[in-house]
Design a protein around this ligand. Structure first.
Ligand code: FMN
Length: 213
């Protein structure tokens, strides 16, 4: 197979300055509701890129769980690579790719921990098994085997057999809220003349600029 022969023509839609919302969060919500209506797998998945003090970028998928006070929120282990990177450098990037609609959204923003109260509230809403995993898994640490993890789960369940019993959220687990500084919406168009509109925060409003594809 020659990868150079794989070509997609983008013709699903267009993005016009006079039709976008004046606020990128509203525009994101509009596109997001259109995307979720397609009923795709993992529509909330996004790539989060972080850079710690070693200046090496790291990217990985997480799930967007909420938008709170105009911030994009995901949940994670604060001792993970991403958690440590964010503690060292608040600048992050979020990336959404929605191929069925030929759309990409790039967010540059400032990341901070969500309040303990909000993190606990979300933790308590998670299924029992997900809460147990968050408690026992030392995310991003090297572990000796899968058995090591499974034994931790068995040991935990032996001490906490009642699924209805409340579980305490670990201190090192919670939400990260990303406040956008710029957001770019990309819509694929024919002949590679794609539409790109970038919102940049200026004081209390947003400047909208068109970028060349
Ligand atoms: C579809 C999908 C959803 C994921 N959702 C999350 C999530 O919401 N939070 C999370 O911490 N990791 C999530 N992960 C796992 C991360 O991609 C990653 O493996 C993990 O967070 C460790 O990353 P780090 O070592 O760079 O911190 C998800 C992975 C995939 C493929």
């Amino acid at each position: 197979m020659d990868l150079k022969d794989i070509r997609t023509d983008y013709k699903w839609g267009a993005l016009d300055e006079d039709k976008v919302c004046i606020n990128p969060i509203d525009q994101f919500k509009k596109w997001f509701s259109e995307y979720t209506s397609l009923d795709t797998l993992d529509s909330t998945a996004m790539t989060v890129s972080t850079v710690g003090k070693d200046l090496i970028p790291h990217s990985r998928i997480v799930l967007l769980k909420e938008i709170i006070d105009n911030c994009f929120v995901f949940y994670t282990n604060y001792n993970s690579t991403k958690g440590k990177n964010i503690a060292e450098n608040e600048n992050v990037s979020l990336l959404f790719f929605w191929p069925e609609m030929e759309r990409q959204i790039r967010v540059v923003g400032k990341a901070k921990r969500l309040s303990e109260e909000l993190s606990t509230s979300y933790f308590n809403k998670r299924p029992f098994e997900s809460r147990v995993s968050a408690i026992v898994s030392p995310q991003s640490s090297v572990i000796p085997s899968r058995t090591f993890l499974e034994e931790k789960v068995f040991a935990f369940l032996a001490e906490n057999p009642d699924e209805k019993q409340p579980l305490k959220k670990p201190e090192n687990w919670g939400g990260i809220a990303v406040e956008p500084v710029s957001v770019e919406f990309w819509q694929g168009r024919i002949s590679r003349l794609h539409d790109r509109l970038r919102f940049t925060r200026v004081a209390n409003s947003w400047k909208i600029e068109r970028l060349a594809p």
